[in-house]
Ligand binder design. Structure first.
Ligand code: NAD
Length: 484
């Protein structure tokens, strides 16, 4: 069990409340994973003030020095890969293989953003005037508040911290109170490599208590948030009209469209990867599968047969394909949505219940669940369940499938499986999402491309890719005329 402390101005501190939140392993709640500080507003203020004081020094530290420190963090992360992988599984419940995938993705994105730092401000353009030099200069913003969810406790923290820091900002990280230990491990390494005090701060606690000051404090110039649409839009309202850049990565209700000409096995595999990896607790997980009617029954039979074979258990066990869901609140919410699906008249084809005896008796396990004959007017087709529940919907043809895919307030990710390039092209053009895939799972991503949504899934510049670092900078168009 890890006893955690806040990290403020280069020191590890208990919170001013002296209270601790105990977190349990979601696969076995008898096991305590961490005791984390329950911070008060004063603790968050202290961290923001430390970041504010450190900004002048850090923002003027030459870029090569900033990148060198961050490269050292990556090197140490690689050395402690097992530590991170085990901690993610212990806190979140995902399988060790899924935690390793998260770890590799975090490293990959961190390296890309460090490299982007070296390219910042390099946009020299040819001028219309003779003897005039013109270029775009970028400067860091100041204090950045980084708020992360529990489903990717390492990758999301890295996706925000590395670009913020390499660009010269100082930051306060607020991890989810369900998974604080992974964020603490990352900050321990940052402490170890010798960042100047105050450049990185970590404050743990409840968003409902410290969230407000973290986004509205006058020193804060950037807020990068990943989490639910409800909390994200609350942040948008509270920061409206203020001099602060806001980036909100929020929920999704991602469709996977399967047309009659698709490779059936690959489409089923993508539905399973997208729907049940990390127990469906991905923002880009597949939650709706929209299948053309001529192959609807065949697809459903193939999908259900594969799901009934899925081994659910402790993420640390070798044979486990799907772990528990992350804690009692998720467990209740998911089971509640399963009941809603039944009440709405959707046809249950697999799962539909908790797993709570034998090896599952002490964890938060939900059987992988498939509802068929779901229609867009049902809540399970519209609301983000964030669990191992797939809604399968029938479409009369491609046009109908495209219409159903867009028939939601969310716009994060979408996939189509087809061999028809013309239809794939139309899907790319007309699906209302920030990530679009052809013959790949909805969750597929690479670090060089922007990661974000449209509609109620996001606000502001997306994370990752080139905008990942641009978000944390101001822009200034500079014109210099030579005088003789
Ligand atoms: P959440 O919104 O409950 O919490 C996210 C973070 O916000 C946590 O650190 C929480 O403590 C903090 N928070 C809570 N209330 C706050 C407030 N009033 N002010 C400021 N901060 C506050 O989300 P969650 O349950 O941790 O994560 C699941 C959600 O995250 C899902 O909706 C999922 O789709 C979304 N998500 C989105 C992406 C993406 O990139 N779009 C990635 C991962 C997760």
């Amino acid at each position: 069990m890890k006893i955690l402390r806040n990290y403020i101005d280069g020191r590890w501190l208990d919170s001013s409340t002296a209270k601790k939140k105990i977190n349990h392993n979601p696969a076995d709640r008898r096991e305590t994973v961490s005791k984390a500080p329950v911070s008060a507003v004063e603790d968050a203020e202290q961290a923001l003030q430390a970041a504010s004081r450190a900004f002048a020094g850090w923002s003027h530290t030459p870029m090569p020095q900033r990148s060198a420190l961050l490269r050292n963090v990556v090197r140490l992360m690689e050395e402690r890969e097992e530590c991170f992988v085990e901690m993610i599984t212990l806190e979140n419940g995902k399988t060790l293989r899924e935690s390793r995938t998260e770890f590799r993705a975090a490293i990959n994105e961190a390296e890309y953003q460090i490299a982007q730092g070296r390219l910042l401000g390099g946009d020299h353009l040819s001028s219309e005037r003779r003897g005039t030099l013109c270029y775009l200069a970028r400067r860091p913003l100041g204090v950045a508040t980084l708020i992360t969810p529990w489903n990717f406790p390492l990758n999301v923290a890295c996706r925000k911290m590395f670009p913020a820091l390499v660009a010269g900002n100082c930051c306060v990280l607020k991890p989810s109170d369900l998974t604080p230990a992974t964020g603490a491990l990352l900050c321990e390494l940052m402490d170890h490599v010798g960042f100047p005090h105050g450049v990185i701060n970590l404050v743990m606690g409840q968003g409902s208590v410290i969230g407000d000051v973290l986004v509205t404090h006058p020193s804060v110039k950037a807020v990068s948030f990943t989490g639910s649409t409800e909390v994200g839009l609350g942040i948008a309202r509270r920061t409206a009209g203020r001099d602060v850049q806001v980036q909100l990565e929020m929920g999704g209700k991602n469709p996977l469209v399967v047309l009659a000409d698709a490779n059936m096995n690959e489409a089923i595999a993508a539905a399973i990867i997208g729907g049940f990896s990390c127990s469906g607790q991905w923002c880009t997980s597949t939650s709706r599968v929209i299948v053309e009617q001529s192959i609807y029954n065949e697809f459903l039979d193939g999908l259900t047969a594969r799901i009934l074979e899925m081994v659910v258990g402790d993420g640390r066990d070798e044979g486990t394909r799907m772990g528990p869901v992350t804690g009692p609140k998720q467990y209740e919410t998911i089971l509640n949505y399963i009941q809603i699906g039944r009440d709405e008249g959707a046809r249950l084809c697999a799962g539909g219940h908790a797993l709570d005896d034998g090896k599952h008796a002490n964890g938060y396990f939900v059987a992988p669940t498939v509802f068929a004959d779901v229609t867009s007017n049902m809540r399970i087709a519209q609301e983000e369940i964030f669990g191992p529940v797939l809604s399968v919907m029938k479409a009369s043809d491609f046009e109908d499938a495209l219409r159903i895919a867009n028939e939601t307030s969310y716009g994060l990710s979408a996939s189509i499986f087809t061999r028809d390039l013309a239809k794939a092209q139309r899907f790319i053009e007309e699906s209302e999402v920030g990530l679009c895939h052809v013959n790949l799972p909805t969750a597929y991503k690479e670090p060089q491309l922007e990661f974000g949504g449209v509609k109620e899934s996001a606000r502001g510049l997306p994370e990752a890719g080139k905008t990942g670092i641009q978000f944390f900078t101001t822009h200034k168009a500079v014109y210099v005329q030579h005088q003789s």
